[in-house]
Design a protein around this ligand. Structure first.
Ligand code: ATP
Length: 480
């Protein structure tokens, strides 16, 4: 992870937010290459999800009527139990505290909590971990934590407060008066913007069920502990799609979207063995089924997307809270009903980090002088790579630079392309490898004679000569 965070900063993928003021926890800024890659990722998702007949796009506002969040259950339930250390004032999410504690400590806590349930089972690490997480939401678990755990930050013993439920929504006020009537929330998910617009979109687009609405946008959660770079942040982007189906058809579409979403990650270069399904055994009361796609991060498996079968819960809630019908009229059967929903909910920022991590590789590569040296290469899928190509005149004279400039200008009409005419060409290749540029076009003395250039491919480092006027087509065929 350290290497990836350091590369991300050095090469301008991701910076700490407000770094000159010491940073703001849980917030990150995407630099020149990061914003390109993030846009490419979102564009790829948008293409996969909306360039089809049955899904429409939407861009809803971040601030919404506060009743939305009462209807959705976020005001009452979007909480995590947390404890504070009375000595150093550090705040912890109970489940995270438990997750990160030693096995020995976990056993001690679990034994104290439920001695009978655990007799004989405490040898199995998986049982311990699962149980630790299950009890984390429980108030009594927090009391036990109070008695048994030391603060990881200052080492104080038995210094934790009782557990409190902490709402993860950021609250603010509309207009100049800060009173309860003017409270609004920064949305903690993009999905509700889709639900409240369900009939607007359906009427405007004349879609018939089954159909979906897709949206990419910022979401905010006042996470108690932020950690692992972009994995758990307070401001992040989601790519969500709600697919509205006839009740009774939800299982079929749930399976369909599970397949589609897994295939999308693999189509962008993820190896199947780096991904796994995590089935939720404990479901929200309204949910029928929920699976997460998890990626094997350097710190362990972590969710990058959730696929949920959500019944008609959200639309029914909005019907009840708003007093407006959320019913779909089926003009063939003449029935009116509230559709069921399959949701695909991916984090753009988390997926960005997964793709960056998956792409990072270090290997030995031959130098021009017959030796070997280490090269860092980001094996990003070409459609995600921030720069699609680099144009490298061998020297910046003899007309090579003019040809290089002209080629760059031409390519830049369609692609992000980097022009570099300084330093040894081997070093220039390495700099492009490190940011994942899939192709380098080198202009040398032979170009002046026969109008051909060398193409060097990032992963194999193999080179071939192609005609200068074929470069654009060559790139388009491989990138788009
Ligand atoms: P977690 O259990 O990790 O908090 P979650 O189950 O609450 O996640 P969802 O509400 O299902 O997550 O959100 C859908 C997606 O949004 C997640 O798969 C993840 O990619 C992304 N996401 C959620 N919370 C964060 C966060 N704090 N930082 C970055 N991405 C997030």
């Amino acid at each position: 992870m350290d290497k990836i965070v350091s590369l991300a900063k050095r090469r301008g993928f991701v910076f700490q937010s407000s770094e000159i003021y010491g940073g703001l926890n849980g917030c990150w800024d995407y630099g020149p290459l990061g914003v390109e890659m993030l846009n490419n990722l979102k564009q790829s998702w948008w293409r996969a999800m909306t360039f089809r007949d049955d899904v429409e796009g939407l861009d809803a506002s971040i601030l919404m009527h506060p009743r939305v969040w009462e209807a959705s259950g976020h005001v009452a339930n979007f909480t995590d139990p947390m404890v504070d250390c009375k000595e150093c004032k550090s705040r912890y999410r109970v489940d995270v505290l438990l997750e990160e504690t030693s096995v020995k400590k976990k056993k001690e806590i679990l034994r104290a909590l439920e001695p009978e349930a655990f007799a004989g089972q405490l040898q199995d690490q998986k049982v311990i971990d699962e149980f630790a997480l299950r009890i984390a939401a429980d108030e009594t678990a927090a009391a036990i934590i109070q008695n048994h755990m030391t603060c990881p930050n200052c080492g104080a013993k038995q210094a934790f407060t009782a557990a409190r439920q902490f709402n993860l929504m950021f609250k603010t006020f509309v207009g100049p008066v800060e009173d309860t009537n003017n409270v609004v929330f920064l949305r903690p998910e993009t999905a509700q913007g889709i639900f409240v617009n369900f009939l607007n979109v359906q009427n405007a687009s004349r879609q018939k069920i089954p159909f979906g609405i897709a949206q990419i946008g910022k979401a905010f959660r006042n996470e108690i502990n932020t950690k692992n770079f972009l994995f758990r942040t307070r401001e992040f982007e989601q790519m969500e799609m709600q697919y509205f189906v006839k009740p009774g058809e939800e299982d079929k579409y749930f399976e369909y979207w599970r397949e589609q979403r897994m295939a999308w990650f693999i189509s962008l270069g993820m190896k199947p063995e780096w991904l796994q399904w995590h089935k939720h055994d404990k479901l929200a009361h309204y949910a029928k089924a929920a699976f997460d796609i998890e990626y094997k991060f350097p710190f362990g498996w972590g969710e990058i997307e959730g696929i949920h079968s959500r019944t008609n819960f959200d639309l029914s809630q909005h019907e009840e809270f708003s007093g407006k019908s959320m019913r779909y009229f089926d003009d063939q059967t003449k029935e009116k009903f509230i559709p069921f929903v399959i949701e695909t909910s991916a984090g753009a920022s988390r997926s960005f980090m997964a793709f960056l991590t998956a792409a990072y590789s270090e290997e030995m590569a031959p130098t021009g002088s017959g030796g070997e040296e280490q090269r860092v290469v980001l094996r990003l899928h070409p459609s995600l790579a921030p720069m699609k190509a680099a144009v490298l005149p061998l020297v910046n004279r003899d007309g090579m630079d003019d040809i290089g400039r002209k080629l760059t200008n031409d390519l830049q009409k369609s692609f992000r392309v980097f022009y570099d005419d300084s330093g040894a060409v081997g070093r220039r290749y390495r700099r492009q490898d490190e940011i994942g540029t899939p192709y380098c076009f080198t202009i040398d003395s032979q170009t002046l004679v026969d109008q051909t250039v060398t193409v060097r491919e990032r992963d194999t480092m193999q080179q071939e000569r192609i005609a200068l006027d074929a470069v654009k087509t060559y790139l388009a065929e491989r990138i788009l």
